[in-house]
Design a protein around this ligand. Sequence first.
Ligand code: PEP
Length: 251
Amino acid sequence: MRKPFMAGNWKMNLTTKDAVALARALKENLKDVTEVEIGIAPVYTVLAAVAEVVRGSNIQLMAQNLFWVDSGAYTGEISGPMLKDAGCSHVIVGHSERRQYFGETDESVNKKLKAAFASRLVPIFCIGETLAERERGQTPAVVERQVTKGLEGIPASDAKNLVIAYEPVWAIGTGKTATPAQAQEVHASIRSLVAKIYGQELADGMRIQYGGSVKGDNVSELMKQSDLDGALVGGASLKADSFIAIVRYQP
Ligand code: PEP
């Protein structure tokens, strides 16, 4: 009922030549895939070039962040209408690296989610606990706070298009993956929280991706969990072969 969604977060990597080559390799080797939704999030400077490559294909263009004002004196920022103009359909919001290094808060994430919806961009809303929070037994409280505050004031008519990515911070780029059971436990709790806010039907239709050192050799086990609907992939999305293996996981 929920179409799996595999998204590559290229982070601050790849200049035009390599980004275009990677996009071309993905387009060529994934063109027959219909049962999995695919997205890639390059850096802003290569969005237009990558948009040219993926236009008309089954690969959707995503951005890694946005600001909540459409235009003006905000040096260094980028807005929803600009990302739309560059060819994006999706945008990652609240990635843990943004929260950790760039001071993003639940409040700023909430404004960004609203800005994404206002620009008709599908947000991939990232949440997840740090290692210290997990060790203190705070995972449920942290996830509940992030979901509740992040979605404050967002109507169901927008929320129904949202994708959530559960990314335990301790599993991102560390090679440590949450076990399928650990991930499933949190995913199920996120779906219950969404059901409390928006009702069961909307929650049942919402895709919840897992992120944190997902690779070709662990994706199938993760995807067997009933509340895992895809992956947000960092490191393994930077090489065509490893991202293709993830998109073509064995269900
Ligand atoms: C990410 O950046 O969203 C991520 C999950 O990174 P990695 O796959 O490298 O852990």
